[in-house]
Design a protein around this ligand. Structure first.
Ligand code: ATP
Ligand code: MG
Length: 578
């Protein structure tokens, strides 16, 4: 919890007051057996019956005060812990959003999800119950012992002798269970991952009849989770029986020793009765303390996992411009890659020594086999990842020197496998930006989406989560409209028209040409027809550019390009759809 102190600090006073109220409640509770003992001792004496009412009233008062203060403190603890957790969750969410792609790769999304949900929940649980049980249990424990000592020190010693044994049990159990609970949280991450993949891929899983395989996979993590949980449970379960056993043995000893003491007239029967009550109180308090320890250890593991993310250093810092001054150029190219190399994992390069320039308003077409590094180029250009070597310039400025918001505002992008939101069609195109209806409509027109939007019932028509009520091509057009809507400087279409028929694809390109002529476009495609009019076409293979030039140049110079052209278009010259 230590690393989350800054969230708790503003509530110190409030929490202190909560604990004080809880403390008063616990003290009131302690006096109930005390007054009962008085009744038994003094009230039964003939002629003193009035004391029954006095002490009885005091007992009632104590019990009432105890209930009232407990309720009050419990409510207060729920308020402070709720507010603290809300802030932690908020900051965690914000932090997760600010992480670089590389940090997210390392953290993994399922882990981020369980940190945001179950881990913060555990922290919340500890904050709330810690304020309640954490005060009540020790007060009842220590108070109970003190009360017993004042009533009959010799008898109380019987109990005091047992405390070290109990303390040791609690210590061993806690020490053994903490690592197990930490591990459990890790296994839970794995489970979230499997479920998430299953839900996301439910169609393909069904289509490929992989349901059994998925079940087996889920079964595996589920079993592992159960195993760890059972192991942790088995250890913590030792707590209650051992503590109960020891305390009840102590109770027997008190009764035996007490009987001799009463016989020897060293103590009163009423004291023994009060002792029995205190014993039950102490027993429960003991169990409460162990529960606190276990909860503390579980939530400690969770707090660490939350803090770990919160304390991640900012990645992809913006560099001062001075460090990377470029020689003045009259009109720098709009986009320039200079000897860029990059690797996701540090093993093998996913982009090697890539250089090209693109003037403003030009179109770059990218072709290449799967996994050849096409999307990686986009990731580098948007600075989702930083290049390992070389530099990437936009308008003559290194992307590393441009503020993130400024950089991102230059782009309109459709990523490969991009997602649509649950909401209306207009929401999806607008995407939280202050765009008027005319801009939304003209973007939709350029994206060739008007037809299907009309069919669906206009811009107010609902889009289901993940766009499940849209066809692949409709989804792509919606996404293209979103990318165009803010009239970006640079448009990126990563495999964004693969589901469009040739005719629509051609119409889209014509609209882009006509209405977005100043927009520099990066167009990743599978089809030659999509890129054949581009000013520059790069052919990728395994992170390297094996051909660069216009369509006609590549037909001459690049064998691979010609091969693709032949397979797609019969002979490369019979253009389709233009
Ligand atoms: P496709 O046509 O299938 O979209 P692509 O050319 O866009 O392929 P990239 O996504 O750029 O391919 O991937 C290039 C290589 O980098 C691939 O080998 C891929 O496995 C790897 N790669 C991509 N993203 C990551 C990542 N986050 N972590 C590690 N490796 C990655
Ligand atoms: Mg790709």
């Amino acid at each position: 919890m230590g690393r989350l102190t800054k969230y708790i600090r503003p509530y110190y006073l409030y929490i202190a007051f909560t604990m004080f109220v809880k403390l008063c409640g616990a003290v009131a509770e302690l006096f109930v057996p005390f007054f009962m003992e008085r009744i038994l001792r003094e009230g039964v004496v003939p002629g003193q019956q009035v004391r029954i009412f006095i002490y009885g009233g005091a007992m009632l008062l104590c019990a009432g005060a105890c209930v009232f203060m407990n309720i009050m403190a419990n409510r207060m603890s729920a308020v402070s812990s709720g507010k603290i957790t809300r802030k932690i969750r908020y900051d965690l969410f914000e932090k997760l959003n600010s992480l670089s792609a590389r940090q997210m790769d390392e953290l993994t999304i399922p882990s981020a999800e369980s940190r945001l949900t179950s881990d913060t929940y555990r922290v919340n649980e500890f904050l709330a119950r810690g304020q309640r049980l954490g005060v009540r249990a020790p007060i009842l424990l220590i108070g109970g012992v003190v009360m017993m000592l004042t009533m009959d020190a010799r008898l109380a010693l019987v109990l005091a002798a047992l405390l070290p044994i109990i303390g040791l049990t609690v210590w061993i159990v806690t020490k053994k269970s903490i690592p197990l609970y930490t591990k459990e949280q890790g296994v839970l991450d794995g489970m979230v991952r499997v479920v998430q993949e299953n839900v996301t891929g439910v169609r393909v899983i069904k289509a490929l009849s992989k349901a059994d395989y998925e079940k087996a996979r889920f079964d595996k993590v589920n079993t592992e989770l159960t195993r760890v949980d059972m192991k942790a449970g088995a250890i913590t379960a030792l707590n209650n029986p051992i503590v109960s056993l020891v305390l009840n043995l102590g109770l027997t000893a008190v009764v035996v020793v007490g009987a001799y003491q009463v016989a020897a007239k060293n103590t009163e029967t009423s004291v023994i009765v009060a002792f029995l009550q205190y014993f039950v109180m102490i027993l429960n308090a003991m169990l409460g303390v162990t529960r606190i320890f276990i909860m503390a250890s579980r939530s400690q593991a969770s707090a660490l996992r939350v803090a770990e993310v919160l304390e991640l250093p900012a990645d992809l810092e913006v560099m001062p411009e001075g460090e990377n001054v470029q020689p003045e150029q009259a009109e720098p190219p709009h986009i320039e890659f200079r000897n860029v190399s990059f690797s996701y994992t540090g093993i093998g390069e996913n982009i090697s020594d890539l250089s090209f320039t693109l003037r403003r308003g030009a179109t770059l077409g990218i072709l290449g086999s799967t996994g050849s590094g096409k999307s990686t180029l986009v990731n580098l250009l948007l600075r989702i990842y930083d290049a390992d070597k070389g530099s990437i310039l936009i308008g003559g400025r290194d992307v590393r020197t441009i503020e993130k918001d400024e950089l991102r505002s230059k782009f309109g992008a459709v990523f490969q496998n991009d997602f649509v939101l649950e909401g209306t069609i207009a929401d999806n195109i607008r995407f939280f930006r202050p765009l008027d209806d005319a801009a939304v409509e003209s973007a939709a027109r350029d994206a060739q989406a008007l037809d299907f939007i009309r069919e669906k019932g206009g811009f107010g028509a609902a889009v289901d989560a993940r766009g499940s009520n849209l066809s692949g091509g409709q989804k792509q057009r919606l996404l293209i409209a979103r990318a165009l809507a803010a009239d970006p400087e640079i448009l990126i279409l990563d495999d964004a028209s693969s589901a469009l028929d040739y005719k629509t694809d051609a119409m889209l390109r014509r609209a882009l040409n006509k209405n977005h002529g100043d927009t520099t476009t990066v167009l990743i495609a599978q089809r030659i027809s999509s890129v054949r009019n581009a000013d520059l076409i790069l052919v990728f293979d395994d992170g390297k550019v094996i051909g660069a030039g216009t369509h006609d140049e590549l037909m001459q110079s690049c064998d691979e390009y010609r091969l693709i052209a032949d397979t797609q278009m019969g002979t490369g010259e019979e253009a389709v759809g233009e």
